[in-house]
Design a protein around this ligand. Structure first.
Ligand SMILES: [Zn+2]
Ligand SMILES: [Zn+2]
Length: 69
């Protein structure tokens, strides 16, 4: 599969290495945005946060939309 953003911007086809979690677009390394996210789990009476951060990958479009700018 090739990068959707490269295709959209009429750049040469680039092999995709990830998928946007929000829109499902296949992405190359230049177009994927990786963000660490905390993981919450229900434990006992409350919520516990994992000491390790999970990973969230989005495309540049969804990254901009989520950042609100
Ligand atoms: Zn790309
Ligand atoms: Zn996206």
């Amino acid at each position: 599969m090739n990068c959707y953003d490269c295709h959209d911007q009429e750049r040469p086809a680039t092999v995709a290495v990830a998928l946007c979690i929000r829109c499902g677009a296949a992405l190359c390394t230049a177009h994927s945005q990786t963000r660490p996210v905390p993981v919450h789990r229900v434990r006992g009476m409350g919520l516990a946060t994992s000491p390790h951060l999970a990973r969230r990958i989005t495309c540049t479009v969804c990254h901009k939309a989520e950042a609100g700018s």
